[in-house]
Ligand binder design. Structure first.
Ligand SMILES: [Mn+2]
Length: 414
């Protein structure tokens, strides 16, 4: 978005100054070209005026802030930082804590994310779990005396439920709520014009000095969390401000879509989310089919298999989903969902699994859904659950592959 160059790690403030100057030059140049292109007239006065305008208003401001942040983190190199989540952890404060922690690691700042209130909503608990976040709930045993600095995101003030030693200074404070009094800290960025704190962090990350790229798992995890924070705080962009859109545009390049859709589906019960996560990890896509064996499922979570199949059917390019698992250690239970116009769930399941010795089919269906239940019988007593699952999965997958293989060769003649 802004003058982008190869990422550089900074060691001295003179280096930083040089980079800063070069960037200013680059921006100037860019604006000049922009001005020339947009105003097709070759009048020099008009172009010059626009250039001045852009420079004084938009371009310089975020750059200055980011430079200040870089300088601040540089100053704290090698130190320990306590990142505090105030109030109930929510998508915006969780994502920005994660982003800050990541940015700090580039400056060899060791950080810990701590929250004081319990994570109440199941979707936020799921968020923490899905993102595999390393955040700690504060307890009496937690030793916060060894930190050099602390940081707060997404909060109106700096009051904490713990008494931080006086030597521990506020390093970073970033928020988008209405400003209340003044905050004393090394880096303070309060922007009431932002719909989310995540958007402000998105803006920082556009700066090449943070070397942020979505190539790594970590990068895409952070982008996904920030995108979720923006969506969550702006009521899915209904109340978004320009910076929220701008940051989203940047972050969208790195977002893990599966993960984002998983963590932003708030109506799914947490247990189904867990199951869906597993199903996604173990997905086996064959043409327009998605099969997924989720392993052992508790009896009370049986419904999750169907809900999870429902959800996975939304995935692009997939027509039919089959999710199955071992329920209660006694049955292989599975659900089929399809949006195909040619697949008949009832026939498909009956073809695949056939019937037992009494002539009863193992499953069936109607219209767009179906299910099956295969008793494990005496095999359910197998003491090696892992081995049993491998056996079950192999058997069922082969039945599926045979079925779609037959269909493939049938339709090949078309
Ligand atoms: Mn917020």
């Amino acid at each position: 978005m802004h003058g982008k160059k190869g990422s550089a790690s900074l060691s001295t403030s003179t280096d930083m100054k040089k980079i800063r100057e070069k960037e200013a030059e680059l921006i100037k140049l860019k604006n000049k070209v922009k001005a020339q292109n947009s105003s097709k007239s070759k009048e020099p006065s008009e172009g010059a005026e626009l250039e001045k305008d852009v420079e004084s208003n938009t371009a310089a401001e975020p750059e200055d802030r980011t430079s200040h942040l870089v300088k601040t983190l540089e100053m704290a190199r090698g130190k320990r930082l306590l990142i505090c989540i105030k109030g109930y952890p929510d998508p915006d404060n969780i994502a920005t804590s994660l982003a800050l922690s990541h940015m700090c690691s580039g400056f060899e700042i060791q950080s810990t994310i701590v929250h004081f209130d319990q994570i109440s909503h199941h979707e936020n608990r799921a968020l923490v779990k899905k993102l595999d976040l390393d955040i700690e709930e504060y307890s009496e045993q937690f030793d916060y005396t060894s930190y050099d600095y602390f940081a707060i995101n997404d909060s109106q003030n700096t009051e904490l439920p713990i008494k931080i030693p006086e030597t521990c200074e506020l390093l970073v404070f970033v928020d988008h709520h209405k400003k209340l009094g003044s905050v004393k800290g090394h880096f303070v960025d309060i922007r009431e014009t932002a719909g989310s704190t995540s958007a402000i962090y998105g803006e920082y990350l556009t700066d090449s000095r943070f070397g942020f790229s979505g190539d790594s798992m970590e990068g895409s995890r952070i982008a996904t969390a920030l995108m979720h924070g923006i969506r969550s705080d702006t009521d899915n962009f209904v109340n978004a401000m320009p910076i929220d859109y701008k940051a989203s545009e940047f972050l969208s390049k790195f977002v893990d879509k599966d993960l984002l859709s998983l963590i932003s589906r708030q109506s799914i019960p947490a247990k189904t989310m867990d199951l869906t996560q597993i199903a996604l990890q173990r997905k086996d896509i064959r043409g327009t089919f998605m099969f997924s064996g989720v392993g052992y499922v508790r009896e009370e979570d049986r419904d999750g298999i169907g809900q999870c199949a429902d959800y996975l059917l939304n995935r692009e390019g997939i027509d039919t989903v089959v999710v199955y698992g071992v329920v209660g250690g006694e049955f292989v239970d599975g659900s089929l969902r399809t949006k195909s116009h040619v697949l008949d769930p009832d026939k498909w399941i009956k073809d695949v699994f056939g019937q037992d010795q009494h002539g009863v089919f193992y499953g069936g269906g109607r219209k767009d859904k179906g299910g099956f239940q295969i008793p494990l019988g005496v095999f359910g007593k197998c003491s090696d659950r892992e081995l049993l699952w491998i056996l079950i999965k192999k058997t069922i997958d082969e039945l599926f592959y045979n079925k779609i293989g037959v269909e493939d060769s049938e339709s090949a003649g078309d």
